[in-house]
Design a protein around this ligand. Sequence first.
Ligand code: PLP
Length: 208
Amino acid sequence: MEEIEKAAKSANRKPEDIVLVAACKTQSNEIIDAALAAGQKIFGENRVAEVYEHFEGRDLAGVELRMIGSLQSKKAEDAVAIFDVIESLDRPSLALALANAMQKLGKTPKLLVQVNIGDEPQKSGISVPQLPKFLEDLQGEYGLQVSGLMCIPPARQPAGPYFALMRKLADRHHLQELSMGMSDDFKIAIQFGATHIRIGSALFGERN
Ligand SMILES: *Cc1c(COP(=O)(O)O)cnc(C)c1O
């Protein structure tokens, strides 16, 4: 997307340091076909069942599948089997389920911790005060390596302050990946150091 390049330039960043994750929930297989044909390789999915619908039977060479929706512990094994990256690690019970699944399958998807950056009761994610202990436990108790942080900031509020706090948290904990920014706020996310932006409607049009 041309707008990513523009936003990167005005933030004094290299466009290639910002990865576009195509958020394809509710999209048809024809849309996925078209995205793959256009060279898109990195896809975000919200549900395990939908990733099968979209990608089962396809040649996945060079394709990266990222889980961006909330994940039930009982689906941990399916998720570890199919996803390259799980962005929605948000609680100890899921950490345990993922650690067991990774050991059983001998597969280690990259993990991001989802932060409930606006402290909203209806949103998943670990709260900011709980993050340091959670990160410590992931390594110490569950033997899991974490690569980064992910968030969805509160709707209808300026996202900048939330993204700024995310940047700080990632720096403080020496985490490389910062997945933040969607169709409405990815330019701001790029200003605040997003490494991955997850775009649905601005890429594919409005969802059904
Ligand atoms: C749907 C979704 C997106 C993309 O949202 P758009 O506003 O359509 O760009 C990004 N992240 C998550 C977790 C989503 O569920």
